[in-house]
Design a protein around this ligand. Structure first.
Ligand SMILES: Cc1cc2nc3c(=O)[nH]c(=O)nc-3n(C[C@H](O)[C@H](O)[C@H](O)COP(=O)(O)OP(=O)(O)OC[C@H]3O[C@@H](n4cnc5c(N)ncnc54)[C@H](O)[C@@H]3O)c2cc1C
Length: 419
């Protein structure tokens, strides 16, 4: 594949380092450790490309999917982790290849608006938000970040906007988050594209199977993200060259190599913990439902980011506004609440009190604590550190060079292309 074709296929993912072992293509058996979305996609892409090669996937938990899971109760449907995908052709290709096209839909364009709470007032995020940062300050921030290793707060010098964004993506404040990691295209981290960005964008847009997403929309699956995990698992179960084991923890890549009698270059580590001593933050996710009439004043939209650390949650996502598939019983709306443990002490009454302020005085008809999730930390300089790593094994997933599902899905294709 030429460099141009690779950029059209993978877009800005090409800027991110791919931690692939030099001799991986000489493997005749592959051992994948970790059965989250990343490990499942690597297994699917590699096993499809090389039906002659045995692919073993080992997961420590009793179930596959990693952090992804969808909670359901009657007609309420809410994801615990990722709920929708940003546009990227690799995700569209995965959906098409798994036969999920009829269950995959663009989000409602009416739900495009996103807000940020600044000094107690909601502001709609748009191109004009840049003026809140200040054009000159932003230009200087970008210039400084291009030296590499900067934090997102240095790149976007409006602390509250920067914090809202990083809290919404990685559950951490902007001074703790690496700008190269979160926005490699903006900081110009990694390789540069072989053509003008506008031309590349046009070519990428033409490469989407199913449908080309409109600017500002995302897309999701009927029944939540669990639908994708279930489809991957079912597909892998039908492939003769794949075997999957759950409930088995592997200590290290070397332990995987020894246990399954393969060289280190045949191990794909798809679990966190390989790049330095990676810390994590934690958050709790709530599903909250109201009758339509009780939240009629809340505008239809994507959701609100809340950088104010005195509020016990950092984001309110309008689940039933966003997705085309049903997330709440008729006549009701579903909101998803993210409560970082750095600002919430575990007292649910504090969440309920704050909801009164942010979503109205009425009692919710649904208030469900869905559970906790850990998110890896990506401190300033992280990506420069990752780019220097040279492992004898392969290392993938959100514990490495990208946090989003589009990253892990595309990375699996990039690894499979090595075979
Ligand atoms: C609350 C939340 C919201 C999110 N929202 C979005 C979003 O809106 N958009 C988006 O794009 N992404 C989002 N993400 C990120 C997205 O969910 C991840 O990018 C993706 O699911 C990561 O998949 P993974 O396989 O790399 O990691 P994981 O899901 O963490 O999987 C790793 C797997 O490895 C297993 N494992 C670990 N150690 C071992 C071991 N020693 N031996 C064997 N197995 C092991 C684990 O049990 C786990 O199953 C969100 C994540 C969270 C938590």
């Amino acid at each position: 594949m030429s460099n141009v074709e690779a950029w059209i296929r993978h877009g800005s993912e090409m800027r991110r380092p791919l931690l692939v072992a030099k001799d991986v293509s000489s493997s005749d058996k592959i051992v994948i450790v970790g059965g989250g979305l990343s490990g499942l996609c690597c297994a699917y892409r590699i096993a499809s490309k090389r039906p002659d090669m045995q692919v073993l996937l080992i997961e420590k938990a009793p179930h596959l999917g990693g952090v992804i899971s969808t909670w359901k109760s009657g007609e309420w449907v809410c994801d615990l982790a990722v709920n929708a995908t940003r546009p990227h052709p690799a995700f569209w290709r995965l959906v098409a290849d798994l036969g999920l096209s009829s269950q995959f839909h663009a989000s409602r364009s009416r739900a495009k608006s996103r807000w940020i709470l600044l000094n107690g007032k909601k502001h709609r995020l748009s191109f004009l938000s840049l003026f809140k940062i200040g054009a000159l300050k932003l230009r200087n921030g970008i210039k400084a970040a291009r030296h590499g290793g900067a934090s997102v707060s240095q790149l976007l010098p409006h602390q509250k906007i920067a914090d809202a964004m990083t809290l919404g993506i990685v559950n951490d404040t902007s001074q703790n988050v690496d700008a190269d990691f979160l926005m490699p295209a903006m900081t110009r981290f990694g390789d540069q594209p072989p053509m003008k960005a506008s031309l590349l964008k046009k070519k990428i847009n033409r490469s989407y199977p199913l449908f080309t997403p409109k600017t500002g929309t995302v897309a999701s699956l009927d029944g939540g993200m669990q639908t994708l995990i279930d489809a991957l698992q079912q597909k892998l179960e039908t492939m003769e060259n794949v075997s999957m084991t759950t409930g088995q923890e592997i200590e290290s890549p070397q332990a995987a190599a020894d246990m399954f009698d393969v060289p280190l270059h045949s191990v794909v580590w798809s679990a966190p913990g390989m790049v330095g001593k990676q810390e994590s933050t934690e958050l709790t996710v709530f599903a909250v439902g109201y009758r339509d009439v009780d939240v009629a004043k809340i505008p239809f939209g994507y959701g609100t980011l809340i950088p104010d650390p005195t509020v016990p949650f950092s984001g309110i996502l309008h689940e039933s506004d966003l997705h085309r598939s049903q997330r709440a019983p008729s006549g009701h709306r579903l909101f998803r609440i993210m409560a970082p443990h750095s600002r919430w002490d575990g007292d649910e009454s504090k969440i309920l009190d704050a909801l009164k302020h942010h979503l109205g005085n009425s009692e919710p008809v649904l208030f469900e604590n869905l559970g906790k999730r850990k998110i890896p930390c990506y401190p300033p300089g992280y990506m420069q550190h990752v780019a220097k790593q040279q492992f004898e094994f392969n290392c993938v997933g959100w514990g490495v060079s990208g946090v989003s599902i589009t990253h892990v899905v595309d990375e699996a294709e990039r690894i499979a292309e090595k075979f």
